[in-house]
Ligand binder design. Structure first.
Ligand SMILES: NC(=O)c1ccc[n+]([C@@H]2O[C@H](COP(=O)([O-])OP(=O)(O)OC[C@H]3O[C@@H](n4cnc5c(N)ncnc54)[C@H](OP(=O)(O)O)[C@@H]3O)[C@@H](O)[C@H]2O)c1
Length: 295
């Protein structure tokens, strides 16, 4: 079974690998496929499901298929912009986002609610943090969180206004890891894009795909996965992210249950051995130190 960990000092417990439920909201995923994935994830020991207002039908599907098991997993969602009738990053937009999440997921509370990538300027104003605090006071949100990267993430982490962070962390994306994650051990940390959008799937540059930036970085690092371990890139990447210092859960995005189960097996092997980490560190030190995190 996958390791369960305290989520910073939030009082929540999460699996070392969580489910990134972005893909489960996509149109080409059928309802039976979504149900199989969501039920199968919990059956396999996953105890954190991450969604967002903007992930298509993801929140509705979580509500439809997991409402009866709601007390067995930590639900994190995200919002604050794109809500009809409210200016982006206003108090009203935060309140309406939470309301929508509760309605769609058929929940009385959401365990962690993240501001979904608002800018540093918005964070400096403070209005959205106050709105999130009001949701906590009303017992509709347990932990207020910030989801974002780079300088905005650093500001959020140091502000004392959040109990949790969600940010990019993977073997091709370390700015957040080196500058923010783990500095405050009380903050719960979710690693997004933990397998770097699996750029090793593409022989040619995947122009316009999420994985394009990581595809470039993979080539620049010039590493042979065979030198790092026998299990191949996806498993190596997940073992890097799930055991990165300060990370509590690595949310792999997939609607494919077989992929999720393979990922849970890979993570059960534990952290990468020191010699593999050393090779990755050496390659990073050679070309990656100035690379910002992907948003
Ligand atoms: N807060 C934010 O702004 C933000 C941004 C990005 C992501 N996220 C969250 O983070 C989650 C994960 O991020 P992500 O999906 O962008 O990146 P990711 O988890 O690094 O990569 C997902 C990709 O990896 C593939 N994959 C996963 N396991 C695999 C396996 N065992 N074998 C082969 N391919 C595999 C998936 O393909 P298949 O579908 O074929 O399995 C999918 O295309 C999202 O679902 C979302 O919850 C949040």
């Amino acid at each position: 079974m996958i390791e369960q960990r305290a989520f910073g000092s939030t009082g929540l417990t999460v699996s070392a690998v969580g489910l990134g439920a972005g893909q489960v909201g996509e149109r080409d995923v059928t309802e039976p496929q979504a149900e199989r994935l969501l039920q199968g994830a919990l059956d396999a020991g996953v105890t954190l499901v991450d969604t967002a207002l903007s992930y298509g039908s993801s929140e509705e599907r979580i509500g439809r298929h997991l409402a009866g098991r709601r007390d067995t997993f930590v639900l994190s969602s995200k919002g604050g912009s794109g809500v009809e009738g409210h200016a982006d990053w206003s108090a009203g937009a935060v309140r309406a986002s939470v309301e929508q999440t509760l309605r769609r997921t058929r929940s009385e509370h959401v365990d962690v609610f993240f501001l979904h990538s608002c800018s540093l300027e918005v964070l400096r104003r403070g209005e959205v943090q106050d709105a999130l605090d009001a949701e906590v006071a009303a017992d509709r949100v347990r932990v207020p969180g910030y989801s974002g990267d780079n300088e905005a993430l650093a500001f959020a982490a140091a502000s004392g206004r959040f109990g949790a962070l969600e940010c990019s962390v993977n073997l091709l994306d370390r700015w957040n890891l080196h500058h923010v994650v783990g500095r405050d051990p009380g903050l719960g940390v979710i690693a997004k894009r933990p397998v770097a959008n699996a750029p090793w799937r593409f022989a040619e540059r995947p122009t316009g795909h999420y994985a394009e930036l990581y595809w470039e970085r993979l080539r620049a690092l010039d590493l042979d996965p065979g030198d790092l371990g026998p299990e191949g890139w996806t498993a190596l990447a997940l073992r890097f992210s799930a055991y990165a210092p300060g990370v509590h859960t690595a949310i792999v995005g997939t609607a494919n249950l077989e992929h999720l189960l393979a990922n849970l097996d890979a993570a059960a092997a534990g952290p990468l051995p020191p010699d593999a980490l050393e090779r990755l560190d050496e390659a990073w030190g050679r070309v990656g130190t100035d690379w910002p995190s992907s948003t």
